[in-house]
Design a binder for this molecule. Sequence first.
Ligand SMILES: Nc1nc2c(ncn2[C@@H]2O[C@H](COP(=O)(O)OP(=O)(O)OP(=O)(O)O)[C@@H](O)[C@H]2O)c(=O)[nH]1
Length: 598
Amino acid sequence: MGKKQNEIQKTGLGRALVKQHNQMIQQSKDKSRFYRKKFLESFTEVSDIDAVVEQSLEPLPELAAAASTTLISLEPGSVPDETTTPEEARKQQKQEEALHASSLRVPRRPPWTPDMSADELNASETQAFLTWRRSLARLEENKKLVLTPFEKNLDIWRQLWRVVERSDLLVMVVDSRDPLFYRCPDLEAYAREVDEHKRTLLLVNKADLLPASIREKWAEYFRAHDILFIFWSAKAATAALEGKKLGSSWEDDNMGRTNSPDTKIYGRDELLARLQSEAEEIVDRRRNSGSSEAGPSNIKSPAENTAGSSSSSNVVVGFVGYPNVGKSSTINALVGQKRTGVTSTPGKTKHFQTLIISDELTLCDCPGLVFPSFSSSRYEMIACGVLPIDRMTEQRESVQVVADRVPRHVIEEIYKIRLPKPKSYESQSRPPLASELLRAYCTSRGYVASSGLPDETRAARQMLKDYIDGKLPHYQMPPGASDEEQALEEPAGHDSVDLDASDSSAIEDASDVESELAPNLEHVLVDLNSFDMANGLAPKNTTTVKKPKASHKHHHKKPQRKKDRSWRAGKAGNEDADGMPVARFFQKPANTGPLKVG
Ligand SMILES: Nc1nc2c(ncn2[C@@H]2O[C@H](COP(=O)(O)OP(=O)(O)OP(=O)(O)O)[C@@H](O)[C@H]2O)c(=O)[nH]1
């Protein structure tokens, strides 16, 4: 048989068949690579240089080889010295962060001209990107620093470059509960490098989750640091558009009725007007300074060539920000109808989109991306909604962030649970331990895993979701606030926050259990004490533990909202001259007529 095959292969026909077979295999490999590249995936957790190289350097094997020899360790992490206390380690970390703050840069787009070929452009951008990756990889090797799992997909940064270049005014959307965590000062610097007249405005979203007194404090801070800012709530604006109320008294005080323009939460029309006027000022300044309003046709360098793509009568406002800060919700509220999908899973918007609000104003929405920044830990990133909860493996560490930030009595009040008090030899003001919180929560809800142990994973996911969605109130004070101020302003249950409960689908089943269990707190406490980690619930107490609800309860969740991807269907006509994917559609002024898709 083998001999026969050899004979066939020796013939011309045999060789042709083998060749054809090999070609087919090669073609199918190429095809699968093509389809893979079509999807723009966010790489935040790549610790393996091969993955980065494969994505960004596919056409440039020689660069890939160079990269894999130069980048040694990409695994973020800090290994504290065994002899240092946590406080000392934190202090050292802060000192080190201050020392290296200037190295935390967003990648710059290298100079380009329209007559460059797609390959030339790609090679130049890839080379610059790789240099940037190398510099950050060096920072990551410093064990005293923890870097955010910043975006490592060149294609996503390309989207950002485009948005920065075309915008007159750049709007950085941040979560009001910790605005500085989501602010990227180097992006502001980059925008000014691209064109000295560009300005960045901090859109402090989710301001419905922030009491007016805290907004006051942040406003002071922003003013003192010369930061242009606006408090905004996409959620409140959307509710107003739909003729609904958020359902609490704060709305009367906050929605455009506060005297101070600095602390009030802007309404939709006010925001649109303010964005337009800020952008027009920029265009005027540029015009008066004699800078060219160069469009992509006469590009010489980024600075010469990317001074906004506005014409004299139309200004462009770009929206950038971390995943999950509410860019899509904001755009939807501004456009006046659902155009971009909204979910609580970070990292869903993948391509930037252009929305023409009126003849005078165009908005540009960039995919959310994690900027390079220092972070206390990756658990903080999960709790901040930047990394998806689904990928969480260390639930206790992430829940500890929640336990540290939400006052004990607030957690008890919201979840209707009683947490074990600190032991007499412990500090009486210490926050609850994640293990205590998780066990109390599991006990009160009857969350038991198939192993018989408390289902901490389920409990942790629910708590983190509540924390991100605002059911568990929390917020950071501006740097420099005294301890007394911090104590005075600590979140107080839901006095200032009364969100539409319909948003928290998974909370529904928990609240059922809450009301049923409320009178049995003593029993819950007994259960807490008798929780045996090795064997699950002690048998004598099983009567007090509520059995998990029948599984139909969990299937009864509201259907998950899906991102509207319809805008992706169209491909840019003349806008992808530099090889970038662009989805574009035109939007008439809100509620004034049907949508024209271009
Ligand atoms: N309370 C409150 N929640 C908000 C507000 N704006 C957005 N959210 C919620 O925040 C989550 C994320 O909102 P998105 O608009 O999808 O965020 P995004 O920045 O577009 O996210 P990516 O697509 O990942 O870039 C959703 O659960 C929203 O309901 C707000 O003003 N207040």
